[in-house]
Design a protein around this ligand. Structure first.
Ligand SMILES: Nc1ncnc2c1ncn2[C@@H]1O[C@H](COP(=O)(O)OP(=O)(O)OP(=O)(O)O)[C@@H](O)[C@H]1O
Ligand SMILES: [Mg+2]
Length: 313
């Protein structure tokens, strides 16, 4: 429709322009010639004028036909795109499902062998296998979440619970991770009796993603600080680190799926992940009507990640 208007306006201007020229010619002649001469002359001009309008109309007609063809092609390719996207999601959830079972078996048997093993080297190899299966397990879990999000099936199981539990549920595992990396994990006193209505498991998952990132992107010997607190009509969690920081142009982009900051030059850190954690965290927080954000004074200057949810989300 807009296209038709855009197309129609120049045509109209053309026709009107021709009209103005004609009118000025007519007025000039009218002042000089006899009555019948003047009548013939003006009839000719009007005929020309009508012909030009007819040509313009045909051109508009042709263009609008072309536009209709283009629109129907666009509708078809949109439908095709939707179908392909659906196929991709189905394929992803099938693969994820089929990988999970053998992975659990590899991990289980490796742990069994680890318990029985006597050789030091053998034990180390088995620990490596367990570690790698855990890594793969995380990826599979993230891909499962992603598939569910894309299919609109990631459901929150909400209940009223003490917000501090999102931290206490995961702190034992996070403390071990921080120790392994040599990062100093400081937990500020947790608020008492701050009740929220939300999915405890999923909100812990959000905090775990933020803490794991903070530990990963902070060099040994530096500090990561966790604060949970009451906010006006809500509950907030803050993870502040003294790590590699984020360029200001990327503090929002990193929440997109598969996005990893390009200004950070550490290839080794990048390869430790897939760029999925924050996008999943974002979906979970949004499902609680909350907000999630990253701030950083710049590269090399650390970063703070926080999320806030309303008490009754
Ligand atoms: N605390 C942080 N300090 C600096 N950069 C960060 C921090 N947290 C996230 N980022 C940047 O945001 C990107 C996206 O984070 P996200 O958690 O989504 O993915 P990832 O950690 O790379 O991989 P995954 O979480 O899938 O294992 C990271 O690759 C990194 O570039
Ligand atoms: Mg991550």
């Amino acid at each position: 429709m807009e296209f038709l208007i855009i197309l129609g306006i120049p045509m109209l201007v053309l026709a009107l322009g021709a009209g103005v020229v004609l009118v000025s010619q007519v007025t000039g002649f009218m002042q000089q010639g006899s009555f019948s001469q003047r009548e013939n002359f003006s009839n000719n001009l009007i005929q020309q004028y009508v012909m030009q309008i007819a040509v313009a109309q045909t051109a508009v007609g042709q263009r609008s036909q072309e536009l209709e063809i283009l629109t129907s092609k666009l509708v078809l390719s949109n439908q095709e795109l939707g179908r392909l996207n659906e196929m991709k999601s189905k394929f992803m959830s099938m693969v994820v499902h089929d990988v999970r079972t053998p992975l659990a078996s590899i991990r289980g048997f490796s742990e069994l062998l680890l318990k029985r093993s006597t050789g030091e080297k053998e034990a180390q190899y088995l620990k490596n296998i367990v570690g790698s299966t855990d890594q793969l397990g995380h990826l599979i879990a993230d891909l499962t979440d992603l598939a569910m999000i894309e299919a609109g099936k990631l459901k929150m199981e909400k209940a009223v619970f003490d917000f501090s539990l999102v931290a206490t549920d995961i702190l034992p595992a996070m403390t071990i991770n921080a120790q392994k990396k040599g990062v100093d994990l400081v937990v500020n006193p947790l608020p008492e009796g701050l009740m929220v209505n939300g999915d405890r498991f999923r909100l812990s998952q959000v905090l775990m993603n933020l803490l794991n990132n903070a530990i990963k992107f902070t060099p040994p010997g530096k500090r990561v600080e966790l604060t949970l607190r009451a906010e006006p009509r809500g509950a907030g969690a803050y993870v502040k680190d003294a790590g590699i920081g984020i360029h200001r142009s990327e503090t929002s982009l990193i929440f997109e799926k598969f996005y990893q900051a390009k200004f950070q030059k550490d290839e080794k850190l990048r390869k430790q992940g897939w760029g999925l954690g924050l996008s999943i965290a974002g979906e979970i927080v949004r499902a609680h009507n909350g907000i999630i954000k990253a701030t950083s004074p710049g590269l090399g200057k650390g970063a703070t990640f926080f999320f806030r949810i309303p008490l009754n989300s």
